[in-house]
Structures are given as structure tokens and as C-alpha cells.
Design a protein around this ligand. Structure first.
Ligand code: M6R
Length: 603
């Protein structure tokens, strides 16, 4: 959460900062700001608003500056206001911060700096302490200041008596750095660098980065020089273009088939799962008898559904935890458990903490991650990349499909390596290969869901009901609907209705039922009757091949046929499109829903 940026060079600093901030805005959009260093003077522009508003304020400034820093905020401590917007200034220091300084209140008291603070948040405390420690040597001031900070931080700093020098340091919160012909750029993530660079490095933790017109250097806190480890970028700015789609979310749903094809091609060879290139050999699959999965949000929903698949096909017991709860639950993990963490961004702090917790206990870990080089990818023992391509919309779509594909293939690999079940698995993988085409066909029929969205847009609350795998599919569908259309929506296991939730059903309550599992037709049909008897208006999404056996007078939408266990692949794009069109119809911000951010780096 929060995006930070710093540039030193001979390019148009204002343009570079604004373009990069736009690419980082998905990390948070409560406020935005930049500071330019023009000779000895520092110009600061900020507003409690989006980057497009900041852009108007900045017009005509900063083009000739040789350096500048910028910030786009997701509010944690302190309200959304001008004074809480970054950059913060204190004496000679101008600073932007991503993370949370947990002990900021104690620091204010200990160092008696109340009177120097204008904001009500934690970040300005770092700026003031840095200024208090600054006696002309940035390294000494930064080292002394970060020793005092508890929590997480990526700090980017300028000192007014050191024009065109930028310093940065981080703990947990990410910073990536690149050098190009006309300058040096640092940012919270690679998206901001994608316009200009092909090579980058991740700033190691607790290492001071200095960027000036002539220098790019790293030193650890004892002053020792550190060599940056460069890596290649595997995507470019063109991948971040909306390519004619009005919103990233639509583009990403449209790309879902291609993403899934790429993912399947990466992890299934000759019709069987293949993870040897990633270091998951026969030994890996044989030495683990239990799986513990940790993830948040959409990634958690993929994990929940996969439990059924791991247990059914591989006979391997699987527990799924919300990362944020894992550290409290501290489940008794067996010696032969593997910890699997799932994260699109690879930066979700709750999942990172769960990973660290499991590793501390000596558990082997496997990360399923989309963003290459992210913190979770770097810290896990093994990494499987989703190959979904950049996902920018806050609502996760194509990453979910790719996460699931990897989880299915992993389950099949466990089955193959431990039970020699090659034939059945090959058949299922063959069926999975049909999914990308079906997903694309769903996208082509998107107007059907647009029409439904037009009719549902004024609802305050929608129920979703389903059994078994359908229940997990609907959990994800309900999350999509909540987060981007702001319609209250809950998924219920149909059998649980009569234990409480059915009390909420009244005349015309909209209920979306998902029926993708042939064997559940009779039971689910009864549940649909139960809610209809209480006046509910039911919309039934049913697997095409069993549609003829469903004879109730409700509105029916067909889900394209795959084997029951794979139906999630054809059902989920339908619900993603429905949520998308609800947001469109309500006229709310599709890609940047209120109060949310794409990368969640606060606990
Ligand atoms: O990057 P991650 O997969 O770790 O993110 C986890 C959740 O924050 C994320 O899935 C969130 O729930 C999405 N906004 C859902 O669309």
C-alpha cells in the first residue's frame, strides 16, 4: 500500500514522476504528492486526491528539476487530508514513506517532537527524527533514525543542502531500482519502472541507497559497500496498456484465457503436470504428507477450493488459513507439512508474515506468486509463478484462474508421484486445456451479464447459495461483487440456510444460485425451492448439460460444460463479468474501488 517513487537525472523530472505515480496509483489513491529539487530550493505539491488532480497542480513545474520524489497514499494512520499527504518536510528533510511506523507515538513522547508535527500520522515522525539526527551526514542520520523505528518502512529522502541526491532505505516494504540513460529511478514496484527499463534490482533490506547524477551506490548500516544484484524485467509498458478496454478489469477478464493457456503451458508437459524445472521433484512430492495453505482475499478463495482437489485426487490432507489469522491460530503443523502461500502481488504483508512464521518453524515453503521478484517470491524455498501477466485492477480476476490452475496441477502432481494415477490425471489435464477457449467464449457473451447487472444494480443486498465446490466459487463471486459494486453480498453453503440466514429472505430478495455439480442437482434444487417459497427472486447459474433436468420457473443462465471438478474455470468469469458490469452500471470506480488498494502491505 502506498506507492513511492524517486528520480535523479536529466530527463523531464515532472513528467517522469507523474507517469510513474500513475502506474503506482493502484497501490493507494487517498492522496498524492511530489517534491522537486530545483537547485537549492525544494518545491512540494500535494493534495488529498488522485494523481490526475495532482497533475493539474504540478503543471508548469519541475520540468527542469534534476531530482524529485513522489507518493500515492493508502491511508492507515491519520485521515485523508492535505496535512497527512506526503511528501513530509521537516527542517532540511523532505521524505515519503510506505509502511507503518508502529512506535510513532512513543517516539513523539520520547523525543518531545509534538510541536514539530503538522500531521496526525506516523510518517512525519520519521521526517522529524531524521532532521533531528541530520548534522550534514545522511548516512549517519539515516542509520541512527532507522534504529529507532519499529514496524515496516520504505523511506525515500532528500536533504535541502544536498541538491539532487536521493537516499532510500527499507524494511519489509519494497523498493526496486533501475538505471537508464537519462537517470536513475526507484519505485515501490516494477510497474512504475516498466516505461523505461529492462534491468532492475531489489534494494536489500536495511541498506542505504544513494542516487545522484553521477552515483548509484549501496551501503549497509556499518558503511560497507554492497553490490546490487540486477535482474531482467520480463514485461514492458505495453503490457500495462489498457489496449482499447475502458478499464483494466475488463482487459484482465478478456486476457484470462490467454493467461490460463500460458500458465498451463508452463506447468504441464506432455499432458502431465511438470514442476521439475522449479525444483519440485519426486522427492518433494513424496516427503510431504500434509499441506498448509495461507493466503488472503481472492488467493484465499483459490486455496479453499483447492483443498477439495488436493484431498480428492492426491489424498493429502490440506488445511487452509487466512494469513492474518494463521499467526494467532498457530496450527500444529506436522513434521512432513509443506507450507503453501498464495499471493498475486507477492507483497501482502499478512501472507509474508505467515510465510516467515512457517519458515521459522522449519517448514519447507512453496509460494504461488504472480509478481516476479516480489518479497514472498524471494523468501519462499520454492516459487511457482502464475504467469498471469501484470494485474492492475484492484479486483483480482485472471490471477485467481491461474492460481487455481497451478493448485490443480500440484494436486495432480502429488497424485501422480505418490499414487501413480497417471491416466486419469492426463484426462483431466486434457479437459483443463479446453478451459481457456471456454473462458473466451464467456467473455464474448458478456452482454448477457451486462443485462443482468442493469436489473440488479439498485439492490442493497444479494444472496449467493451453492454447495460443495459451488460454495467456494460463490465466495469469490461475492467478494468481487462487494468490492467493486458495493452491493452487500454473501455466499452461503445452501445446506446452512435453514440454520439461520434464511431468516433474511423476504419478497423479492435476489438470490444467485450456482449449480455446476451434477450430483448436487436434487439437493440444490430443494434449497432453491426453500428460498423461492419465502419470496426470493432466484437467478440460477447452472451447468449447461444438466439444465434440462432443472425444471423450476426461475431465470436460468447456462455455465459452459467442463467436468464437475473443473467447473470453476467456466463459472468464475461469469461472476467476474457480473460484478464488473454492476460497477459500470452504478458508475463507481471500477479499477480503484473506494478504501482498497491492490497491494496490501499493512497488517
Ligand atoms: O496479492 P494477494 O493475492 O496476496 O492479495 C490478496 C488480497 O488482497 C486480494 O486478493 C484482494 O482480496 C483482491 N482485491 C480481491 O479481488
Amino acid at each position: 500500500m502506498c506507492g513511492i517513487i524517486g528520480y535523479v537525472g536529466t530527463g523531464n523530472t515532472a513528467d517522469i514522476l507523474m507517469r510513474s505515480l500513475k502506474l503506482l496509483e493502484y497501490r493507494g489513491y487517498d492522496s498524492s504528492g511530489v517534491a522537486f529539487c530545483s537547485g537549492k530550493s525544494m518545491e512540494v505539491f500535494k493534495c488529498p486526491d488522485r494523481v490526475s488532480v495532482l497533475e493539474d497542480l504540478v503543471k508548469g513545474h519541475g520540468e527542469n528539476a534534476k531530482s524529485g520524489i513522489g507518493h500515492t497514499r493508502w491511508a492507515t494512520h491519520g485521515s485523508v487530508s492535505f496535512k497527512n499527504s506526503h511528501p513530509h518536510q521537516a527542517g532540511k528533510v523532505t521524505l515519503v514513506h510506505n509502511g507503518i511506523i508502529e512506535n510513532y507515538k512513543e517516539l513523539i513522547q520520547t523525543y518531545h517532537i509534538e510541536n514539530r508535527l503538522l500531521s496526525t500520522g506516523d510518517s512525519e515522525v520519521a521526517a522529524v527524527l531524521l532532521d533531528e539526527h541530520y548534522k550534514g551526514d545522511p548516512y549517519a542520520a539515516i542509520s541512527e533514525t532507522v534504529e529507532l523505528l519499529q514496524g515496516t518502512y520504505a523511506l525515500v529522502m532528500m536533504f535541502s543542502d544536498r541538491p539532487d541526491e536521493i537516499y532510500a532505505i527499507r524494511k519489509v516494504s519494497p523498493i526496486v531500482v533501475s538505471e537508464q540513460e537519462n537517470g536513475k529511478l526507484l519505485a515501490s514496484d516494477l510497474n512504475a519502472l516498466s516505461t523505461v527499463c529492462r534491468e532492475y534490482f531489489v534494494l536489500p533490506e536495511k541498506t542505504i541507497l544513494k542516487m545522484s547524477l553521477s552515483e548509484l551506490s549501496l551501503k549497509d548500516l556499518s558503511g560497507k559497500d554492497i553490490k546490487p544484484e540486477y535482474e531482467q524485467m520480463d514485461f514492458g509498458f505495453e503490457d500495462l496498456d489498457k489496449k482499447g478496454h475502458p478499464f483494466y478489469m475488463e482487459k484482465e477478464i478478456a486476457e484470462e484465457g490467454t493467461a490460463l493457456r500460458r500458465c498451463l503451458a508452463s506447468y504441464a508437459a506432455d499432458g502431465l503436470p511438470s514442476f521439475e524445472d522449479e525444483g519440485l521433484d519426486h522427492g518433494f512430492f513424496c516427503r510431504h504428507k500434509h499441506i498448509v495453505i495461507c493466503a488472503c482475499g481472492t488467493s484465499y478463495h483459490a486455496g479453499l477450493l483447492s483443498k477439495r482437489i488436493f484431498e480428492k485426487y492426491a489424498g493429502i490432507s490440506t488445511e487452509v488459513y487466512l494469513s492474518s489469522e494463521f499467526i494467532y491460530e498457530r496450527p500444529l503443523m506436522e513434521e512432513d507439512s509443506v507450507l503453501v502461500v498464495i499471493s498475486q502481488s507477492g507483497e501482502t504483508i499478512d501472507t509474508l508474515e505467515a510465510l516467515r512464521c512457517g519458515r521459522k518453524e522449519g517448514k519447507e515453503s512453496l509460494a504461488i506468486v504472480n509478481v516476479k521478484g516480489s518479497s514472498i517470491a524471494r523468501e519462499a524455498d520454492h516459487v511457482l509463478y502464475m504467469e498471469a501477466g501484470p494485474e492492475i485492477a484492484v479486483a483480482s480476476t485472471k490471477a485467481y484462474t491461474c492460481q487455481l490452475a497451478i493448485l490443480y496441477l500440484l494436486a495432480f502432481a502429488f497424485a501422480k508421484e505418490t499414487k501413480q494415477d497417471g491416466e486419469d490425471i492426463a484426462k483431466l489435464i486434457e479437459e483443463m486445456r479446453k478451459a481457456p477457449d471456454l473462458i473466451e467464449a464467456v467473455y464474448e457473451e458478456r452482454e448477457t451479464y451486462h443485462d443482468l447487472a442493469k436489473r440488479l444494480k439498485d439492490q442493497k443486498s444479494v444472496f449467493m447459495i451453492g454447495r460443495s465446490l459451488d460454495y467456494y466459487i460463490l465466495m469469490e463471486a461475492a467478494l468481487k461483487m462487494k468490492e467493486i459494486s458495493y452491493i452487500h453480498c454473501e455466499a452461503y453453503a445452501s445446506g446452512e440456510l435453514k440454520h439461520g440466514p434464511i431468516a433474511l429472505i423476504e419478497k423479492d430478495t435476489p438470490v444467485i444460485a450456482c449449480l455446476s455439480q451434477k450430483d448436487l442437482l436434487a439437493k440444490e434444487s430443494s434449497n432453491i425451492k426453500e428460498v423461492r417459497a419465502r419470496g426470493a427472486k432466484v437467478f440460477c447459474f447452472i451447468k449447461e448439460s444438466i439444465r434440462k433436468d432443472f425444471v423450476q420457473k426461475v431465470e436460468v443462465f447456462a455455465l459452459k460444460d467442463l467436468p464437475d471438478d473443473l467447473m470453476v474455470f467456466s463459472a468464475i468469469p461469469v461472476f467476474q463479468l457480473l460484478a464488473y458490469y454492476l460497477a459500470i452500471e452504478k458508475g463507481v470506480s471500477v479499477d480503484k474501488p473506494r478504501n482498497l488498494a491492490k497491494v496490501v502491505t499493512v497488517e
